[in-house]
Design a protein around this ligand. Structure first.
Ligand code: F6P
Length: 540
């Protein structure tokens, strides 16, 4: 972490020790105003962090740590378009993608004309497809072929907003190199009414190219004419040359720029399939929600600044309380794909142990981010959260209004979500546990008591959305993007590069020829040779 020897950090350590014997039960009973004070709201979002193991004093000290670590300056530099990604020598301008007016970052280097022109082209294609326009054949299925940031964000948002999606146009996402994802999908599609969108910033990603080639072969073998590719494909890429080489018509290629990282790109043409699903107007509302969050982030003092507070709480849990993981537990079915999206956002950004200056960090940065739909998790791994004995901070996320009108489902869902965070925080004391077993005989009570007690004191926050509107969802994603950036700054790392994904890719390139040709395996390590030898027996 930055300033490992700073006075504030030492104060925080001492403060942390002073809280070591304190239980969330005590913090709540000693302070009736706690829930109101340790919560923030912004638009349709309400963030309750009163069940974290901290006090107002903790927050004050953490905000001082943020000041000292240069978080304010980092925010200013990002919005000024400075090259805050030094290892790739780029700015990080994803906030430009949701701007509604004015030049950005400044008149000298204004990316807005290109951004606006791309948004218009996206809206024109989305409008045509949604309205079944004259110059486009009637498309019934849209298949987004991409992986990582070219898949997770748009897929997550498409699912999150499926209640407002076009009623007959189906949007699918294919990412996995395993043909077991694409092959069964192709069996359900009609080649005459399917549009493939190949989304790859680099247009060199193996998974995406192999899936795209298979889709192209399928089209040609069904329609018998290579020319159909021009009508059946679109692309989103910064590598126009490669996309054209693949056979995509230049007017069907949408740009993406080097100043936006894949995991921050759903607001760009990377979100084309999403826009086709929900329509240009809802897409725009999503951008407005994100833009409002950007403004809040840029201008609000740290202790009331939602992304900053969220980042500070994460750092408190990781670096002071010693949590190794952080769980995200959405309760709405429509947020099913939020955990994998967040895993890429946080762990590809901050899963690092080298500082921005190239020096090794004293401690690794990001915790493990994991999660699942909360209600399903209750019947699977929540046992571990309640009694597993490991500190596991959780983010509960739920919308107060259901996106499908079945109130009895939603009332029960909300009560489960709120019950779990209360159970984790407050646990069940010995007396309460005894009282819950008053019908049993005393020997059985003695036997069961240790198994049925809950120590509590598990920290969590609850992020409550008024509803899963495009605007709230835009704000939610921008919130987590900025949280990730602030944490990167606090840990002293560059959140915008991802060198750690490279080694495996280049090794896969070396191993591929050896999959079929044993003599090519000789230069590989012994374990890989054995794995290949076994695999060769079964390869088709
Ligand atoms: O391998 C990681 C990564 O580069 C991600 O950062 C990115 O989102 C993903 O692959 C896809 O990259 P592309 O859009 O260039 O195909």
């Amino acid at each position: 972490m930055l300033n490992n020897s700073s006075k504030t950090r030492a104060e925080l350590k001492a403060h942390c020790e002073s809280l070591s014997g304190v239980h969330l039960r005590g913090l709540f009973s000693d302070d009736p105003g706690r829930a109101k004070r340790l919560s923030l709201s912004f638009g349709g979002l309400y963030y309750d962090f009163s069940k974290q193991r901290l006090t107002s004093e903790t927050l004050r000290l953490l905000a001082a740590l943020a000041e000292e670590s240069g978080v304010g300056d980092a925010i200013r530099r990002m919005f000024a378009g400075e090259r805050i990604n030094p290892s790739e020598d780029r700015p990080a301008l994803h906030v430009a993608l949701r701007r509604s007016s004015g030049p950005f970052p400044d008149a000298g280097f204004n990316v807005m004309p290109e951004v606006a022109a791309t948004r218009e082209r996206m809206a024109a294609l989305a409008g045509q497809l949604r309205g079944g326009g004259h110059d486009t054949p009637h498309i019934r299925d849209v298949v987004n072929i991409g992986i990582g940031g070219s898949d997770l964000g748009p897929k997550m948002m498409t699912y999150a907003m499926r209640s407002i999606a076009h009623p007959t146009l189906r949007v699918h996402y294919v990412s996995n190199l395993d043909g077991a994802q694409l092959a069964p999908l192709l069996q359900t599609l009609d080649p005459r009414t399917t549009l493939f969108i190949v989304v790859s910033k680099t247009f060199t990603t193996q998974e995406t190219l192999i899936n795209a080639q298979t889709a192209r072969d399928w089209l040609v073998s069904n329609l018998g004419d290579a020319a159909v590719i021009q009508d059946s494909f679109a692309a989103v890429s910064s590598n126009v040359e490669k996309a054209v080489e693949f056979g995509i018509a230049p007017e069907r290629i949408f740009p993406i720029w080097d100043w936006v990282g894949g995991r921050f790109s759903l607001w760009s043409a990377v979100g084309l399939a999403l826009m086709i699903a929900i329509g240009p107007r809802a897409f725009d509302e999503m951008l407005r929600g994100a833009e409002r969050m950007d403004e809040h982030f840029r201008t609000t003092p740290f202790e009331q600044n939602l992304p900053v507070v969220m980042a500070l709480i994460g750092v408190w849990n990781t670096n002071f309380l010693g949590a190794a993981t952080s769980a995200v537990l959405p309760y709405n079915e429509s947020l099913r794909y939020f955990p994998p999206f967040l895993q890429q956002l946080e762990m590809e950004s901050n899963g690092k142990s080298t500082g921005i200056d190239g020096r090794r960090l004293d401690e690794p940065a990001s915790p493990v981010v994991w999660g699942e739909l909360g209600n399903n998790g209750q019947h699977a791994f929540f046992q571990f959260l309640h009694q597993g004995g490991r500190l596991t901070p959780c983010d509960f996320i739920v919308a107060a209004r259901s996106d499908y009108p079945l109130p009895n489902h939603h009332e029960a869902l909300l009560s489960n979500c709120f019950a779990q965070s209360a159970a984790l925080a407050f646990g069940r004391t010995e007396d309460e546990t005894r009282a819950s077993m008053e019908m049993l005989d005393p020997d059985r009570v003695r036997e069961l008591l240790p198994h049925r007690m809950f120590s509590g004191n598990q920290p969590s926050s609850t992020l409550l959305l008024s509803a899963l509107t495009p605007e709230n969802l835009g704000a939610l994603i921008a919130l987590y993007e900025h949280k990730t950036f602030v944490q990167g700054r606090l840990w002293g790392i560059n959140s915008f590069d991802q060198w750690g994904v490279e080694l495996g890719k280049s090794l896969a390139g070396r191993i591929l020829p050896a999959v079929r040709e044993p003599e090519r395996a000789l230069a590989l390590d012994a374990s890989t040779q054995e794995l290949l030898a076994f695999s060769r027996h079964y390869l088709l």
